[in-house]
Structure formats: structure tokens, C-alpha cells
Design a protein around this ligand. Structure first.
Ligand SMILES: [Zn+2]
Length: 301
């Protein structure tokens, strides 16, 4: 077996972890293969070409619309594509990523467009939409349950194979950087979705950007850790509120490493996403009456 293909279960021989290029760091991501169903196409073109020679892939389910999960769609011609209804518009028209990331007429927007070109990304037609709690029978032994887990994007889905108790969390990715920085993202939904995964009877978890995590206890610890990152962000934002009596707007907290503790080569993009994420924290504080509007900003209640 090729080194990027790892069997996930001794009992169920047709479930594989498919490792993304460069440890699935952006712009790559991990996939999972169940029978002839592949979830996500972001492992890299090079690896997808090798994968196609090993397995007859007939169906591709996309966890969400982000470019690092769908970049290989154009390599598949005779397959059926699946995704949630709410992510379908962007997957079918990838130029829509520009307004969805709020990067129109910015350097980050130009970078995104050149990324779409470099990765030879193409619009595809989605054949089937998937819904929360739907199950897909794969072969004789696999029952894949769709978990609509919005927040990261509106149509983000996770997947749970009921017999092996193996789940693919998509971009509830258990890294240090929970992400809700596009216009269809929601912090509140994101938190609810993490909670939902926390209630699964689970043995193995895979995410878009982390290695395989085994054991229910460890998986739940990782989910708790992930949640605590959101709380740390809240605390950093609230610290700014407690230090001033002046009204604060989300843009005032830009470039202060509130979300990204370190900016990377994608800094232009990160700064825009960061403000969108801070806005979502402000919305939550406002709803919970922790802050109130004053002038064109907010102050502590
Ligand atoms: Zn994503």
C-alpha cells in the first residue's frame, strides 16, 4: 500500500485515512476513503492521481466549500459529487469564494484568485445534496451518517461511520486555529457543532488537518481543548474592553494577534478573516448583554 493510504480498521477493510500532502497544512487537507466514496479532494493533485490508480472512486462527498478541501475536484470526471445544500452555490461557482471571504478588491482577494488558477480549480456540478442525519449505505458493511455541523461554513458537514465508530470531523479540525472567518460562518453554530461531536460514541477521529486520533477519551479531550481556544479568544477581547472606557469596534482589534497568535505568509488574508471572527465574538457578547452599543462601537455593560 502507498505510504499516504492507511487502513483505519482491521474489521472493516475498506476504510482508509488518506494523508494530505505536506502534513495537510494549508493549502492541503486530509481525506477519508470509504469503499468507493472519497470525502474531500484537497490531498494534492499529485496524490489524487496516485489514489485514482489504486481505487475505483465513484462518489465524492465534499465536507464544505473551502478551497483546500475541493481543489482536486477538476481531476474527477465520471463521479457523483455530493455536498450540503448551503455550500453548493460556492462549490458550483468558485468565484463566489471572493465575496464569501469578504476579500473583494484586496491583495488577499488577488491571492485567492491566483490560488484558484494555480490549482487549476474548476466549477463542478453537484449531483446530490446531503442532509443532516441522512445515512449512506456503502458496500455491505458501512453506514455513513451525515452530521450537518455548521459554523465553519453554513453547510459544513462531519461524517460518522456507525459500525466502525470512525468519524471525519472535516474542519472542526482540532488544530490551534478554529476558524469561522467567512461571511457564512457562525461562532454560535460552531460551538454547538463541537458539542455535537463531543456526544458521539466514537473510537477514531480524523480531521481535515490533523493525524488520526484514537480512543474516545483522547478525542473528547481534544474537543475540550479546541473549545477552550474559543474561550481564550473571548478573554483576550474582553481584556481590551476592560482596559478602556471608549467604545470599541471589531476593526480596532485588528492586527493585535487576538485570533492568530502568529501571522503567516497569508497575513493579508488572516487580517481580514480575523476581523470577521472578532465580529462574531462581539455579536455573541452583545446577545449575551456582556457589551452594549455606544456611539459607533461597543462598551462593557
Ligand atoms: Zn475549511
Amino acid at each position: 500500500m502507498e505510504d499516504f493510504v492507511k487502513p483505519l480498521s482491521e474489521e472493516f477493510k475498506n476504510i482508509f485515512f488518506i494523508k494530505g500532502a505536506n502534513k495537510a497544512r494549508y493549502p492541503y487537507s486530509h481525506s477519508i476513503l470509504l469503499g468507493d466514496y472519497l470525502i474531500d479532494t484537497g490531498i494534492s493533485h499529485r496524490l489524487l492521481i496516485r489514489l485514482k490508480k489504486l481505487f475505483p472512486i465513484k462518489n465524492i462527498i465534499l465536507s464544505h466549500w473551502h478551497e483546500d478541501h475541493i481543489s482536486g475536484n477538476s481531476l474527477f470526471k465520471d463521479v457523483k459529487f455530493y455536498c450540503h445544500l448551503q455550500d453548493k452555490p460556492v462549490i458550483e461557482d468558485i468565484e463566489k469564494m471572493v465575496p464569501y471571504y469578504n476579500v473583494e478588491n484586496t491583495i488577499a482577494g488577488d491571492e485567492l484568485k491566483s490560488f484558484l488558477k494555480t490549482f487549476l480549480m474548476r466549477d463542478i456540478k453537484v449531483d446530490y445534496t446531503i442532509e443532516d442525519n441522512q445515512t449512506i449505505d456503502i458496500g455491505e458493511h458501512l453506514k455513513l451518517k451525515i452530521l450537518h455541523t455548521p459554523g465553519h461554513t453554513a453547510g459544513h458537514c462531519a461524517f460518522y461511520e456507525q459500525n466502525s465508530k470512525i468519524a471525519f470531523f472535516g474542519d472542526i479540525d482540532l488544530t490551534k486555529y478554529p476558524y469561522y472567518g467567512n461571511i457564512d460562518a457562525s461562532l454560535t453554530e460552531f460551538e454547538k457543532s463541537i458539542e455535537r461531536l463531543n456526544n458521539l460514541d466514537i473510537e477514531t477521529a480524523i480531521t481535515g488537518h490533523r493525524e488520526v486520533i484514537n480512543g474516545e477519551k483522547r478525542i473528547k479531550e481534544e474537543l475540550e481543548k479546541y473549545k477552550s481556544i474559543l474561550l481564550e479568544r473571548e478573554e483576550r477581547i474582553l481584556t481590551y474592553f476592560s482596559e478602556t472606557k471608549n467604545p470599541i469596534r471589531p476593526t480596532d482589534l485588528k492586527n493585535k494577534n487576538i485570533i492568530y497568535r502568529k501571522y503567516t505568509a497569508f497575513k493579508d488574508f488572516e487580517l481580514i478573516a480575523e476581523v470577521l471572527m472578532i465580529e462574531k465574538h462581539f455579536d455573541k457578547f452583545h446577545r449575551n448583554e456582556l457589551i452594549i452599543t455606544k456611539g459607533n462601537g461597543y462598551i462593557l455593560n
